[in-house]
Ligand binder design. Structure first.
Ligand code: HPA
Length: 270
């Protein structure tokens, strides 16, 4: 694994004179952020050695290097989900490479179903903490001390300092934001009413199918993390409605300007 990480990092370092210290995983709700990046280099995943190959047609991702404001950044357009069939080492491989090229801070977004009765569709939720319910752990197996410790601390997986800054940005721009606990599940089914209820009872405010594996590996690697969810549907008792991928995309699109503004300002100024 170490050899592959180093090989991929070396390939990327060869592409540009300087590597950024900030990375963004452009999940649902952040696709449009790309339009704010002054792009210096784009590399399709299929051209990057050892990168997982996309299984979904029309889902071919790429790495983007450029500037957001005055900040050098690397953005992942397209991420790897466990439900697509990748194993956890593949899902999180890009984060390992990030560490190796010198990334210090990682920003992520996702779509999630809200269980908190105070939430509404289209709300943004800054992730304060998570509950990992994926059936496979990205750190299972031999630990490489070069990458991180065997038993990583997770007491502050999501940087309190970045959360504080994001809240200030939201406040200054009159954007309502929620905060909460994200439950990471494998999908690809959305939840049954009983499952939403269960996830709320155990302490979750929203549930989704990504982010947690990447955050675990980022923390194992000592990378600071900030993540935000767009609430695209509700799993609140009594009002669980039918949900489809299309509705998720639609709700995410309507929340996109708010999400983009917060992320853009936060990344530019943190
Ligand atoms: N459950 C799981 N993942 C999701 C949901 C949900 O309700 N909405 C968007 N992603």
């Amino acid at each position: 694994m170490l050899e592959k990480i180093r090989q991929t990092a070396a390939f990327l370092k060869d592409q540009l004179p300087k590597m950024p210290e900030t990375a963004i995983i452009l999940g649902t709700g952040l696709g449009e952020l790309v339009n704010h990046i002054a792009i210096e280099k784009e590399i399709p995943y299929k051209d990057i050695p050892n990168f997982p190959v996309s299984t979904v047609e029309g889902h071919s991702g790429k790495l983007i290097f450029g500037k957001l404001g005055s900040k050098d950044i690397m953005a992942m357009q397209g991420r790897f989900h466990f439900y697509e069939g990748y194993d956890m080492k593949q899902v999180t491989f890009p984060v390992r490479v990030m560490k190796e090229i010198g990334i210090k801070t990682l920003f992520l977004s996702n779509a999630a179903g809200g269980m908190n009765p105070d939430f509404a569709i289209g709300d943004l939720m800054i992730i304060r903490d998570h509950i990992n319910l994926f059936p496979e752990h990205p750190l299972r197996g031999k630990n490489f001390e070069e990458l991180g410790v065997r038993f990583p601390d997770m007491s502050e997986a999501y940087s309190k300092e970045l959360i504080k800054k994001a809240l200030k940005i939201a406040d200054e721009n009159n954007i309502k934001v929620q905060q909460g606990v994200y439950v990471g599940t494998q999908g690809p089914t959305f939840e049954t009413p009983a499952e939403y209820r269960y996830f709320h009872i155990i302490g979750g405010d929203a549930v989704g199918m990504s982010t947690v594996p990447e955050v675990i590996v980022a923390r194992h690697s000592g990378i600071n993390v900030f993540a935000i969810s767009v609430i695209t549907d509700l799993g609140v008792e009594g009002i669980v409605e039918k949900v489809s991928h299309e509705e998720v995309q639609k709700a995410a699109a309507s929340a996109q300007p708010k999400m983009t503004l917060i992320m853009k300002k936060l990344v530019e100024t943190f």
